[in-house]
Design a protein around this ligand. Structure first.
Ligand SMILES: Nc1ncnc2c1ncn2[C@@H]1O[C@H](COP(=O)(O)OP(=O)(O)OP(=O)(O)O)[C@@H](O)[C@H]1O
Ligand SMILES: [Mg+2]
Length: 471
């Protein structure tokens, strides 16, 4: 779909997808950001990714202490020492030129280094102190600017210029360099509900249409910079045709099959959260042999697992057999939404999905998320996540207590299952309201539910018997 003539890598797959087309010989990019935003980490990742493909890198720094930097980078899976030993990296810490007149000599020195080392990637960390040494000297500024615009052509490679943005400032302040750059990436971090939130802004990419301007990123110990760019709106995917059946006649007739990529929203009364639904989920997983991931925003993964089987135990003596069937089919995770920002939270979720590659994903206690995060931001993130999962053909189940955002949850769903409590003969009784897109809603009463469970348990037992039959 996307034609790419990308030659240089960033070390981040998703970033390559977005800006890779601009990373060709003779180009230069600016990585700007506030102190500690991750500029050095990103530039090093670019350097490293290309060294891994045997392209030499020259890293010029004015402030980083080499030993310290190498150690820090190692913790994010970037091994500069090894590259240096292989002769692929030249790392130099240079003193800044003292005054305006020295700049010419200084640039000569860098040029000399380039000629001597013949790198394909050059990183300058950073241009900001250089620009401040020349201050308002227009001639010296022009010299600097031309110099950095010329190197990429000279080396037929890629130049990464780091620019510092002072705290509280927004402007990059690199003057005309901004106009010459082939791509400008701005790293930001801010505090949201006392948590550190990082994002990457793609300000400009020459010759590449950019729709997505801001992407959440994270710097993860042992892994490095990670980002997940959700597919952009124009790419709302259609769902694959494959249908899954429900192992009970009544629900099978109502659901008319569940499609890959369907969004199923299930709600409970917050004060009557019985486990009926777990049973249906177990039945659906076993009947269709679905690899499932369950992510809870309220319970620990252990507790969630216990809850699930507890209810199965209450209706069937076959719980051990069911557990055995489910063993490789379901994985439990939990995320504390109060301990994460929405961007980083969805990053974690996507990394789980990438690792497990499930057929179905169940989000548990979605009401909490909807309440914690700002509505607009939550909705944007949610829609992007749903589209991404639809594109992958994952069945999405969202379970939560019925909340004031019920309409929002329901309007995003293809299938709505609402469990209500009604008082009948002075006793609280559950009914289930079911609506599938394109059909009329239906209400299941106690008898329907019980019959359905009965049918389903028989079916599950049959399936287990078949699967465990000695061959
Ligand atoms: N191993 C790690 N695990 C998680 N986060 C890390 C790790 N190492 C570094 N970081 C994060 O990366 C940030 C620093 O990144 P980096 O040095 O690339 O920023 P910078 O923009 O170059 O900063 P400066 O303006 O000071 O040069 C730190 O603030 C730290 O939070
Ligand atoms: Mg730095």
């Amino acid at each position: 779909m996307e034609m790419s003539n990308q030659v240089f890598k960033t070390g981040i797959k998703e970033l390559d997808r977005l800006i890779g087309r601009a990373l060709i010989p003779g180009s230069f990019i600016v990585v700007a950001g506030h102190p500690g935003a991750g500029k050095t980490t990103l530039a090093s990742s670019i350097c490293y990714a290309n060294m891994l493909e045997n392209k030499k890198c020259l890293y010029v720094s004015f402030q980083e202490d080499k030993e310290k930097l190498y150690r820090n980078l190692l913790s994010v899976n970037i091994n500069f020492k090894e590259m240096e030993e292989k002769g692929l990296l030249r790392f130099l810490k240079l003193p800044l030129p003292a005054q305006d007149e020295a700049i010419e000599k200084f640039l000569d020195k860098i040029m000399e280094l380039i000629v001597k080392n013949d790198p394909k990637v050059v990183v300058i960390d950073s241009i900001t102190p250089l620009l401040s040494t020349v201050r308002d000297n227009i001639k010296a500024r022009a010299l600097l600017q031309n110099f950095f615009a010329e190197i990429p052509k000279e080396i037929k490679g890629l130049v990464v210029l780091i620019a510092e943005i002072p705290m509280m400032e927004e402007k990059i302040m690199i003057g005309d360099i901004e106009f010459v750059a082939d791509a400008i990436l701005i790293l930001r971090h801010r505090v949201e509900r006392n948590l550190l939130v990082r994002e990457l802004e793609i300000r400009k990419v020459r010759g590449v249409p950019i729709t997505l301007a801001k992407v959440p990123i994270a710097i993860i110990e042992g892994k490095g910079l990670v980002m997940h760019a959700p597919p952009i709106l124009e790419e709302i995917p259609s769902r694959p045709k494959k249908l899954y059946e429900f192992p009970c006649t009544k629900l099978r007739d109502i659901f008319k099959g569940i499609r890959k990529g369907d969004v199923i929203y299930i709600s409970f009364p917050p004060d009557n959260r019985r486990g009926t639904i777990w049973l249906f989920i177990v039945g659906f997983i076993i009947a269709n042999n679905l690899k499932t991931v369950m992510i809870s925003y309220k319970r620990s993964s252990e507790e969630l697992k216990e809850n699930l089987y507890e209810y199965v135990r209450s209706v069937c003596g076959c719980v051990e057999k069911i557990k055995e069937q489910m063993k490789d089919k379901i994985k439990f995770y939990s995320i504390n939404p109060a301990g994460t920002s929405i961007g980083v939270g969805s990053l974690w979720e996507l990394s789980i999905i990438e690792r497990e590659n499930p057929d179905m994903i169940i989000f548990h206690s979605v009401d909490l998320l909807a309440r914690i995060f700002e509505e607009k931001e939550y909705l944007t993130s949610l829609m992007n996540q749903l589209f991404l999962l639809k594109k992958r053909g994952v069945i999405i189940v969202r379970i939560g207590s019925k909340d004031e955002k019920y309409d929002l949850h329901a309007s995003l769903a293809d299938l709505v299952v609402r469990i209500d409590t009604v008082i009948k003969d002075n006793k609280p009784t559950q009914t289930i309201y079911v609506w599938k897109v394109g059909s009329d809603p239906i209400i299941l009463d106690k008898e329907d539910i019980e019959y359905c469970i009965h049918e389903m348990m028989n079916r599950i037992n049959e399936i287990i018997k078949e699967r465990t039959k000695p061959k």
